[in-house]
Ligand binder design. Structure first.
Ligand code: EPU
Length: 302
C-alpha cells in the first residue's frame, strides 16, 4: 500500500514520522520472505495516538513490526502499511535492579548490557533474535525462562482506548508464548526487574544456552525460529522429525535438517511456498498423532 495523499504526507512530516516508500518486508524479516509496502518509522511514542487517528480516518490499514524475527509476511504488494518504532539512544536505562527498556531495543544486546551491570535472569534469551517489544508481546522464552517473569511495568499504546497507558506486571497475563495484550496493542517500553548476579556467573549461563542452541538449531539459516507451538507435554519438533519430514520442501521453503520445527528459506522461498509447507506438515502430524499444531510464527497474509 502506498501513501500518496498530500495532506497525509504533510501530517506525517509534522508528527516526525519518517516514510519509506515501497519497503521490502523480505529485508526486514529473518525469514527473508514478504512483499512490499510503505514503512512508517516512528521516532516519538507521543506521536502514536495522533498517527493512528490519522491512518484510521483515511482508511489506511496498518500493522506493527518489531524485529521481524517471528513473522511470515505475504507476497506481492501488501494491503497495509507497516509501523515500526525507532530505538532511542540509549535504549536501556538502569536503576538499581530495574531496567527501563525501549520496545525497539535489540533483545540480545539488552540481555548483554544488563549482564555487564550484574543483572541476570534472562540468560536463556541470549540467542533469540528480535526486539524487546516483540519478545514481550509473545512472552518469548527458552531454557526454562520467559521474559514475562521479569516484567514490572509496560508502556503500551492501546488501540481500544487510543491512549498510551502504563500497565503493571500483575495486570498482564503471561502464558506460554502468549500474553493478554490485544492484537492491536503496541508495545512501547518495559521496565524489567532483574535479579542481581555477578557478570561471570551470567556469562557462564549465556555460554551454556548458546552452546545448546548452536548444537540443536539452524542458526546460520533464514528462519522464524520454531514454526509451531509445542502442544502440552510434547515437542512439535520431535513429532515432525519422527515422521521423517526433515528436508521436506515446497519450492525453497524447507523443514530444517537440524531442527524439525524450524522451517528455513533455503533460497528464494515465497510466502505461498512456506504456507504450503506449514499446511502440509500440520496435516501429516494431525493424521499421525491426532494433534492439531498451532502456529507459533505470526502470519501476516492479507
Ligand atoms: N527433537 C527431535 N528432533 C528435532 C527437534 C527436537 O527429536 O528435530 C527433540 C530433542 O531431541 C528434544 C526435544 O525434541 O528431546 C525438544 O527439543 P528442543 O530442546 O530443541 O526444544 P523444543 O521443544 O523443540 C523449545 C522452544 C524453542 C526453544 C527451545 C529451548 C517452542 C515451540 N520451542 O523447542 O523456542 O529455543 O525449547 O528452550 O516452544 C522459538 O520459540 O521459536 C523457539 C525456537
Amino acid at each position: 500500500m502506498r501513501i500518496s495523499d498530500a495532506n497525509i504526507l504533510a501530517r506525517l512530516a509534522e508528527l516526525g514520522v519518517e516514510l519509506k516508500h515501497g519497503t521490502s518486508l523480505a529485508e526486514l524479516t529473518s525469514l527473508g520472505i514478504g512483499g512490499t509496502t510503505d514503512l512508517l518509522r516512528i521516532h516519538k511514542h507521543e506521536s502514536i495516538p495522533e498517527l493512528l487517528t490519522l491512518l484510521d480516518a483515511n482508511q489506511v490499514r496498518h500493522k506493527f513490526l518489531g524485529g521481524g524475527s517471528n513473522l511470515l509476511v505475504g507476497d506481492g504488494e501488501l494491503p497495509w502499511v507497516v509501523l515500526q518504532l525507532v530505538s532511542p539512544d540509549p535504549d536501556v536505562l538502569l536503576e538499581g535492579n530495574l531496567a527501563h527498556v525501549d520496545a525497539a531495543a535489540d533483545l540480545g544486546r539488552t540481555v548483554t548490557y544488563c549482564a555487564k551491570h550484574n543483572l541476570g535472569g534472562m540468560e536463556g534469551l541470549i540467542g533469540v533474535p528480535g526486539t524487546v517489544g516483540g519478545a514481550l508481546r509473545m512472552n518469548a522464552g527458552a531454557y526454562g525462562m520467559q521474559i514475562g517473569s521479569y516484567v514490572r511495568e509496560v508502556k503500551v499504546y492501546r488501540a481500544a482506548t487510543r491512549k498510551i497507558e502504563i500497565l503493571r506486571g500483575h495486570q498482564i497475563s503471561f502464558e506460554y508464548r502468549h500474553t493478554s495484550f490485544a492484537p492491536d496493542d503496541m508495545m512501547l517500553a518495559v521496565t524489567l526487574e532483574l535479579p542481581s548476579k555477578p557478570y561471570n556467573e551470567i556469562l557462564q549461563g549465556i555460554r551454556i544456552c548458546n552452546e545448546k542452541r548452536r548444537s540443536s538449531q539452524p542458526l546460520g539459516q533464514k528462519s522464524a525460529g520454531c514454526i509451531f507451538k509445542n502442544p502440552p507435554g510434547t515437542s512439535a519438533g520431535r513429532m515432525i522429525d519422527e515422521l521423517g519430514l526433515k528436508g521436506l520442501s515446497f519450492g525453497d521453503a524447507r523443514v530444517s535438517a537440524r531442527h524439525a520445527n524450524f522451517f528455513v528459506n533455503a533460497g528464494h522461498a515465497s510466502a505461498k511456498d512456506m504456507l504450503a509447507l506449514i499446511a502440509n506438515v500440520r496435516e501429516r502430524v494431525q493424521k499421525a498423532y491426532g494433534v492439531e499444531l498451532e502456529n507459533e510464527v505470526v502470519v501476516w497474509n492479507g
